[in-house]
Design a protein around this ligand. Structure first.
Ligand SMILES: [Zn+2]
Length: 104
């Protein structure tokens, strides 16, 4: 097994794990429980990690690079204005959280 990904956010690591799974790459999550034990001193060694079989490392690395590109693209998008209630909505949302109108 080899480590292909780690991140301080367990949500992020789970997201990547799901993406890998849907691409047919099995992965194992390590340090999941250490994260909560780390308490107030989050340390790099306690970050949740994703491990895959050696023969899947290349595939997994490519898939993760694509996931990161997608996340960067979302992060760089501008917020959009809801046309019905004029609220500013973060780009990752497809619906207005205030009134439920869809993104124009
Ligand atoms: Zn709205």
């Amino acid at each position: 097994m080899q480590k292909v990904y780690c991140h301080e956010s367990l949500i992020n690591v789970h997201h990547v794990k799901n993406c890998l799974e849907s691409a047919g790459i099995e992965s194992i999550l390590k340090n999941e429980s250490l994260t909560s034990l780390a308490g107030e001193v989050p340390s790099f060694e306690c970050w949740p990690e994703l491990w895959v079989n050696e023969n899947k490392v290349e595939l997994a690395t490519q898939a993760i690079a694509e996931i990161k590109l997608q996340q960067d693209a979302i992060a760089n998008e501008e917020p959009w204005h809801c046309h019905s209630c004029k609220e500013d909505i973060a780009p990752e949302f497809e619906l207005c959280w205030q009134c439920g109108a869809s993104k124009p």
